[in-house]
Design a protein around this ligand. Sequence first.
Ligand code: DQA
Length: 147
Amino acid sequence: PHVLVLHGPNLNLLGIREPEVYGRVTLTEINERLTELAKARGASVVCFQSNSESELVERVHKARDDHTGFIVINPAAFTHTSVALRDALSAVGIPFIEVHLSNIHAREPFRRVSYFSDLAVGVISGLGAKGYELALAYALDHLVHKA
Ligand code: DQA
């Protein structure tokens, strides 16, 4: 099984998008780092970004039969709006970790509410790109223990 890393809307602009909030690392750099980390542990990641809610929902459905053992997801703005993406994760029943680059509890009040956190194995928020690496490390441990 592999780890599926999902990135929500506007994360394709990482590096140039509000760098004081989200950092200067690009999405390509994050994905490359995750790919390396997984490889070093004899595992693999599949990364997918979309600005479209429907594409993310469809990708989660596909994870049911493509050997996805764990999901790491930054739902981005859909964190605060998407019952559909929440329901998709709930429907497939694959364990997931919710990641945010920024600390969503230290920003506008509307960002404090997540439709995902109560279903997540865990939530990492505010540690920048490092949060993805920590989430992946946990996910890989989980896969190993499962095998
Ligand atoms: C985000 C936080 C969200 O509130 C925001 O809409 C994003 C990115 C983060 O990674 O900090 O797009 O998920």
